[in-house]
Design a protein around this ligand. Sequence first.
Ligand SMILES: Cc1cc2nc3c(=O)[nH]c(=O)nc-3n(C[C@H](O)[C@H](O)[C@H](O)COP(=O)(O)OP(=O)(O)OC[C@H]3O[C@@H](n4cnc5c(N)ncnc54)[C@H](O)[C@@H]3O)c2cc1C
Length: 315
Amino acid sequence: MASAFKSTLLEDLEVDVKLDAQIGSLTYFAIGGRADTLVRPQSADALSILLRRCHDDEIPCRILGKGANLLVDDIGVDGIVIKLDHECFTKIRFNREGSIDAMHAMAGADLAKTVIETSRCGLDGLSAVAGIPASIGGAIRMNAGGVYGAISDSLSTVTCLTNVGELITYKKEELGFDYRTNKIVDPIILSATFELQECDPVALRKRVKEIFAWKKSKQPLADSSAGCAFKNPISENGERISAGKIIEDAGLKGLAIGGASVSPLHANFITTTASATGKDVITLMNSVKQKVLEQTNILLQNEVVIWSRDPEVQR
Ligand SMILES: Cc1cc2nc3c(=O)[nH]c(=O)nc-3n(C[C@H](O)[C@H](O)[C@H](O)COP(=O)(O)OP(=O)(O)OC[C@H]3O[C@@H](n4cnc5c(N)ncnc54)[C@H](O)[C@@H]3O)c2cc1C
């Protein structure tokens, strides 16, 4: 149900607005409900003013990247969902600063395309995240990565918009990047700069292909999912242990609820059929957590972000 915003909230802004918008279909799971309002700003100024007004009027604001790490509950979400897919938010630009090859990327740029573009130019720094579906902003928010490295490895600065719409630029060192996390508290990552290394484009393209092939052999990339459902927990000796292995050892591969199941290829992936609901995924994730807790005393933490009108579900 669309909430009653002040009619002046959006009318004079350079934004594209859709009320009662289906947003579940914009995620990789391709399931789940609607947002009261989906807003596509057409300029950074409009985005900044929008944030300020939402803050003043206490309207909840969420930002949707590529939806590759996101589950939208069937009952949808309140407030405003922002999508940065206007061309002003998807540009990347290269420039040489002294001896350093730098890339400036807007948050809405597609990570996979950026990996291809940088490898075509013989500039490395992002090959480690080849094959990860993401926007640049979503990848930074999640510090996306894997066995070869993370997006933060080549990051130099991140520019955010605060909840009152002010621009602020951080050096990577200020942001405490770690496994799938960082200290960014601002609601919107607007852009970032990366420091890249010149290398042989042929060798770089080969490396990107190898990393992608490795990923394809280990993960169910052809199925609908949001990547790893749970974070790898820390063992008693302080090392990360594979959540997938823990779930597999608990005998949960193939466990299914409705149209959602634990992937037989990689137990930390929950995959869905076209008939699945958000509730199927949420119930299956809770069931996996409960069974793992009973068997191992390990409490798995969600890696997938869940959006819901119900604060108990969204926690
Ligand atoms: C097949 C598959 C394989 C995957 N493999 C991996 C993997 O190997 N490694 C890995 O780390 N992840 C993996 N993932 C998960 C996913 O690709 C990453 O988490 C990715 O970073 C999500 O980016 P996104 O743009 O889709 O973000 P979304 O899913 O849209 O959003 C995720 C979170 O980031 C926030 N966000 C998005 N954009 C912004 C922004 N501009 N500013 C502030 N916050 C923002 C959202 O509000 C939300 O909280 C995989 C997913 C799939 C479907």
